[in-house]
Design a protein around this ligand. Structure first.
Ligand code: DAH
Length: 329
C-alpha cells in the first residue's frame, strides 16, 4: 500500500508537469481524481486493510488526496488563464462601445406639458380605448345619422358597429355614463382618420379632450380656462381669438386660434382647438339632467400645439422616426 501511494503521487506530479492544455488536464483528472480513478481505487483497497493499519494509511491517503486536488487546481487556473488570454487579444485602437441615451418623443413631451398645465387647473386625467363603438364615437355625441364624418372616407370602420375612434370625445360619454357630476377631466390619446397623408394630415394623431360638468358651468369659465392654458403653454404675450363654430356635441361651439409667426414668413392664425358648451342632447344620452347640470368641453390636436411651439411645419416628421429630427428636442 505504501509503495502504491508513493508511486501514484510521483506519476501524478510527472504527468501534471507536462500538461499543455485543458484537454490533457481533463485526462489527468479522470485518471487520478475521477470516480473510478486511481485515488478512488486506493480508498477502496483501504477498506480491506487490517484494523491496526487503518489509522496510519488513512492519514497518508488523506494527505495524498489533498495534495493531488490542490496541485490540480493550481494547474487548472494556470491553464485556463493562458487559454483565455490567447483567445481574447484586445485591440486598444478600436472605438469604445457607447450607450445611447433614450429620450421622450417630442409629442410625449408636449402631452406631458399639456397634462401638467391642466392638472394645475384642477383637472384629472382619464383615458379610453382606441377601438370604439359607433354609438360612443358618433351617436351618443349627437351626430345625425347622415353626418359626413360617418362616411367611410374619414373613419376606419372595423365592422358596421365598431371603429378606430376618430376623436377623444367618446371618452366624454364613457366618463359621464360611469360618474356623476361634478366631472373635471382631460383625456389624452391617439385618434385615427382615414385621410390622405400630407404635410398637414396623417392617418393617426393625438388629441387632448377636456370636459367639465357641474351646476352653473359657464362659457366664460371655458374661455378663462383655455386662455390660461394657452398662456402657460406659449407665454403670456400670445395672441389668440375665439371664432364661432359648429360641433354636433356642443352648443354654442367655438374654435380657438393663436397667431403663428414662422420666422422669415408671413404670420397667420392657426386653429388649435374646438370647444363649446356640452349639448343638452349629449347630457340626456348619458342620463344627466340638462335642467340641473351644464358643462363645457374642448378638444385639441397635440401635433398642432407642438408645431406652433417648436416651429415644426410637416406633421409627418413626428412619425418618421428620423433621429436627426427627434434629437433636436
Ligand atoms: N372632437 C373634435 C374633433 O375631433 C374636437 C372637439 C371640438 C372636441 C369641440 C370637443 C369640443 O370636446 O367641445 O375635431
Amino acid at each position: 500500500m505504501e509503495q502504491r501511494i508513493i508511486e501514484i503521487g510521483e506519476s501524478f506530479t510527472k504527468e501534471l508537469n507536462i500538461v499543455k492544455n485543458s484537454k490533457d488536464l481533463e485526462n489527468i483528472r479522470i485518471k487520478f481524481l475521477g470516480r473510478n480513478g486511481l485515488l478512488s481505487q486506493l480508498f477502496e483497497d483501504f477498506k480491506s486493510l487490517p484494523k491496526e493499519e487503518k489509522p496510519k494509511f488513512g492519514q497518508t491517503l488523506n494527505v495524498l488526496k489533498n495534495d493531488l486536488q490542490n496541485n490540480f487546481d493550481i494547474k487548472l487556473n494556470e491553464v485556463s488563464a493562458s487559454e483565455k488570454s490567447e483567445k481574447s487579444f484586445i485591440d486598444f485602437t478600436l472605438p469604445g462601445k457607447t450607450k445611447s441615451k433614450g429620450s421622450k418623443h417630442i409629442l410625449i413631451q408636449t402631452l406631458d406639458e399639456i397634462k401638467n398645465i391642466f392638472k394645475g387647473l384642477g383637472f384629472s386625467v382619464a383615458t379610453g380605448p382606441e377601438l370604439e363603438s359607433d354609438y360612443n364615437n358618433f351617436e351618443a355625441l349627437n351626430f345625425p345619422a347622415d353626418h359626413p364624418a360617418r362616411d367611410m372616407q374619414d373613419t376606419f370602420f372595423v365592422n358596421p358597429d365598431f371603429l378606430l375612434r376618430t376623436h377623444t370625445s367618446p371618452v366624454q360619454i364613457r366618463t359621464m355614463q360611469k360618474y356623476a357630476p361634478p366631472i373635471r377631466i382631460i383625456i389624452p390619446g391617439k385618434v385615427y382618420r382615414n385621410e390622405a397623408v400630407s404635410m398637414k394630415s396623417y392617418c393617426l394623431f393625438h388629441q387632448v379632450e377636456g370636459l367639465y360638468v357641474d351646476k352653473d358651468v359657464t362659457f366664460a369659465e371655458l374661455k378663462g380656462t383655455l386662455v390660461s392654458f394657452a398662456k402657460q403653454l406659449y407665454g403670456n404675450d400670445i395672441q389668440y381669438r375665439f371664432r364661432a363654430s359648429f360641433f354636433p356635441f356642443t352648443e354654442p361651439s367655438a374654435e380657438m386660434d393663436i397667431w403663428w409667426q414662422p420666422s422669415g414668413k408671413e404670420g397667420r392664425w392657426l386653429e388649435i382647438l374646438g370647444c363649446g358648451m356640452v349639448d343638452p342632447n349629449v347630457l340626456k344620452n348619458v342620463g344627466i339632467d340638462p335642467e340641473v347640470y351644464s358643462g363645457y368641453a374642448f378638444g385639441m390636436g397635440v401635433e398642432r400645439m407642438a408645431m406652433r411651439k417648436y416651429g415644426i411645419n410637416d406633421i409627418r416628421n413626428y412619425f418618421d422616426n428620423d433621429k436627426r429630427f427627434l434629437e433636436q428636442f
